[in-house]
Design a protein around this ligand. Sequence first.
Ligand SMILES: C[S@@+](CC[C@H](N)C(=O)[O-])C[C@H]1O[C@@H](n2cnc3c(N)ncnc32)[C@H](O)[C@@H]1O
Length: 276
Amino acid sequence: MTVQTALLQGAKILDDSGIPAARLTAEVLLSHALGRERTYLYSYPEADIGDLAWLHYGRYLHERLQGKPTQYITRKQDFFGREFRVSPDVLIPRPETEHVIEQVLALNPHPSRIVDVGCGSGAIAVTLSLELGCVVFATDISPAAAAVARANAAALGATVHIVVCDLLAPVGACECDLVVSNPPYVPKSQLESLQREVRDYEPVTALLAGEAGTEFYERLADEGKRVLRPGGYIVLELGFSFSEPVRSIFQHGWDHISVLPDLAGIPRVFAARRTR
Ligand SMILES: C[S@@+](CC[C@H](N)C(=O)[O-])C[C@H]1O[C@@H](n2cnc3c(N)ncnc32)[C@H](O)[C@@H]1O
């Protein structure tokens, strides 16, 4: 079986089952099975893939057809130009979340204490630590997610201290300069309507808020007010159509409020300053 034939067959099987980006997915899965970069597939289309890679490739295609996200098969996802390890214990970092990083960098902070709440894979905490060249603190309620974040911090050489706890519980009053978070924001009633890749594979603790979806924003507004020093910022990823509800949650005790859109024009990143 040559690279080219394996790709054609894999892409057709995926496409026939309605998997989006079938050709790209086949390329990612085949290069993962071969332990090679994707460029190899284009450089050596006539190369024989061998029995072992064929077996692995078949298994990966089967898993993807069942709905497993490609990133949980390859166990990796790029975020802000770096490769993060992911497992089903953590949310797969999304490209939209890179706007959270851009907003923090645009605020041009020189913070002595940053906390990333709900760090998951560590995508935000590790990236900020490396981009700003500083220590970042991070929390997550899931010990398994914290372990993934620790491994990513170590692999990428970031200094991130990770604590397993509920939001900002162990952080003292006025101890932070910047709080950042991509909190769970799916309303309970919408769980069933999520894509099966998300609903059946990503951790429910990373997705689900409460009945309204805004519950974590309410808690972060209260806790943010407590832990941020006056003049410190909070930067949050927004769930779909949450711009106005979150603005009204942050009505008192905050100023310099802004909401930035993502590339699709959807309001995506909320920022507010703790009043001085
Ligand atoms: C939407 S995910 C974000 C993960 C990562 N920051 C990212 O952007 O890819 C939300 C994270 O919050 C964590 N989480 C949920 N409830 C929490 C709580 N009460 N306290 C701390 N973390 C929580 C979940 O375990 C999950 O890792």
